[in-house]
Design a protein around this ligand. Structure first.
Ligand code: VG1
Ligand code: CO
Length: 543
């Protein structure tokens, strides 16, 4: 087999965002686009000669083609072994686990997560390091720098590897090891949770609907929930990964998982509803008649994790991304736990998890996870909820109501304005930035600002600093609004506005979040001029 050196030129815009490089699929399919990026990853990590890598993706359109290119480039670079999920599939948490379990040097995950898939939709790639976590900024900066100076890449001229059959084969001198994508992950879950108690819960008639949204968690959820734990056949729906996710957004929120929401709010609701995203790292939790916000879910899990065997020793500490609500902080304060506030994106949790400072982490965007891997993990969150429900013998609604009564309820909502003109979105942010010092004392829609700043994070483990991580505005009475621009979109800009307000009186904790936050929502619009800048009268997505 010949090893080819292909001459190329830098391609604009190959800068990894919040979670790897995401672009339109057709952009990834342009000549040299994928190859340039992969070679730049190899450059950034000192080459792949002699290394072991993990490779898999969420099964979206181009996943299979990209896998073959990456394998040929790994072989050309002299990699010793690539461990690939069968069919080139691996959920993000399963990939993280494989990297750790097998002591691999790193891995490539092909996914654009919750973004839609298809030739006219989105594709993405991210590099994870040897700890199993997303590459930190220092590495992604090196990748980006390499994309700007690349002159050539190396690739083996070879036939496709058969990724449909488990087992080993060779590509040049490199071993390609195709593994069952589910087996190691399922074993990890079995070690963390009381599977007997969950099995017993289902045996007693507990009902569940898990919506895999035509994405990668289908095989995992079917094997674990139905196969091992005995949930009724058919409890897992949309369970076969499809290249275009059935034409939808594999984004587990009340908008995109509407069929699940409708079921859970209707007369035939099962006891528990859940959904996951394209690559399986997000989760949505819904009780009968009650949506659990991701921020609340994180707090409930932190307060009750000790009920699961894997966390019976207690938590070392907890962490949340800055826009995530303060519900977690209230649990941490009550239990005497350290609570860290990081920028958006899972890569910022890596050091805290590695250093043993945090056991549980989460983001308001439906990501929850722990030190069992270095990614957020959708099915893990579902299993922890099930373990807690089994151990406490309470319904989701009872558990949440009791949680609010004990810790207070942080009313919370995120409003997204998608596909906004990039310059208009920048202008909105810059307008806020310019006025930060003068905002305190001014009133907006009747609410006075008490403080305002732009969030920056100093990593307590390695001392690195991340700036410009979102603008925060606090109002009298303690309400908070955060403004930031998404780093995962592929069209224009997405403005995210995060609102929260604490309610400690149990008599006032049962309200609709949009209604309870109406005053804060109006103040957010007034302080930032959302309507004026974006020309929008309402958000595209509310979670
Ligand atoms: C979003 C979320 C962030 C999450 C990231 C990747 O980023 O806000 O919390 O970590 O997606 O999640 P942004 O920059 O668009 O706000 V996933 O499941 O898309 O890999
Ligand atoms: Co995801």
């Amino acid at each position: 087999m010949d090893r080819l050196t292909v001459t190329t030129r830098p391609i604009e815009g190959q800068k990894p965002g919040t979670s790897g490089l995401r672009k339109k699929t057709r952009v990834f399919m342009e000549p040299h686009y994928l190859e340039n990026f992969v070679q730049s990853v190899w450059s950034a990590i000192g080459g792949v000669a002699g290394k072991t890598l993990v490779l898999g993706g969420d099964g979206r359109y181009f996943n299979d083609r990209a896998a073959q290119v990456i394998l040929r480039m790994a072989a050309a670079g002299g990699a010793a072994r690539v461990i690939v999920g069968q069919g080139a599939l691996l959920s993000t948490p399963a990939a993280s686990n494989l990297i750790r379990q097998r002591g691999a040097d790193g891995g490539l995950i092909m996914s654009a997560s919750h973004n839609p898939g298809g030739i006219d939709e989105d594709f993405g790639i991210k590099y994870n390091t040897a700890n199993g976590g997303p590459a930190p900024a220092e590495v992604t900066d090196r990748i980006f720098a390499a994309t700007r100076s690349i002159e050539s890449y190396e690739i083996l001229e070879a036939q496709d590897v058969d990724l449909g059959v488990v087992g080993e084969s060779r590509l040049g001198d490199m071993v390609v090891e195709v593994v069952d994508p589910v087996a190691d992950y399922a074993a990890l879950m079995e070690g963390l949770f009381d599977f007997d108690a969950i099995r017993d819960l289902f045996a007693r008639g507990f009902t569940l609907r898990f919506d895999a949204m035509h994405a990668v968690t289908g095989p995992y959820a079917t094997a674990i929930l139905e196969g091992t734990l005995g949930a009724a056949q058919g409890s897992v729906v949309n369970a076969v990964p499809s290249p275009d996710f059935g034409g939808g957004h594999p984004d587990p929120n009340p908008i995109w998982a509407k069929p699940l929401m409708d079921l859970m709010m209707g007369p035939d609701a099962p006891d528990f509803g859940a959904a996951s995203d394209g690559d399986g790292d997000r989760n949505m939790i819904v009780g009968r008649g009650l949506y659990v916000t991701p921020s609340d879910s994180l707090a409930v899990l932190a307060a009750n994790a000790h009920l699961a065997p894997g966390y019976a020793r207690g938590l070392a500490g907890v962490a949340r991304s800055m826009p995530t609500s303060g519900a977690l902080d209230r649990v941490a304060a009550a239990r005497g736990l350290d609570c860290y506030e990081t920028p958006t994106g899972w890569k910022f949790f890596g050091n805290l998890l590695d250093a043993g400072r945090a056991t549980l982490c989460g983001e308001e965007s439906a990501g929850t996870g722990s030190d069992h891997v270095r990614e957020k993990d959708g099915l893990w969150a579902v299993l922890l909820w099930l373990n807690i429900l089994a151990a406490s013998d309470k319904s989701v609604a009872d558990l949440l109501t009791a949680h609010w009564a004990e810790f207070g309820r942080n009313y919370y909502s995120r409003h997204d304005y998608e596909g906004v003109d990039a310059a208009a979105a920048e202008a909105l942010m810059q307008g806020l930035r310019d006025r930060l010092a003068t905002l305190p004392g001014q009133a907006f829609a009747g609410l006075a600002v008490t403080a305002a700043d732009e969030f920056a994070y100093d990593d307590p483990v390695d001392g690195s600093r991340a700036e410009g991580q979102g603008i925060r505005v606090w109002f009298e009475g303690g309400a908070r609004v955060v403004f930031r621009l998404s780093g995962t979109g592929t069209v224009g800009a997405t403005l995210r506005v995060y609102m929260e307000d604490l309610e400690t009186d149990p008599a006032r904790q049962g309200r609709d979040a949009q209604e309870a936050l109406a005053g804060v929502i109006a103040a957010a619009d007034a302080v930032a001029g959302i309507g004026q800048h974006t020309g929008r009268t309402a958000p595209d997505v509310m979670t």
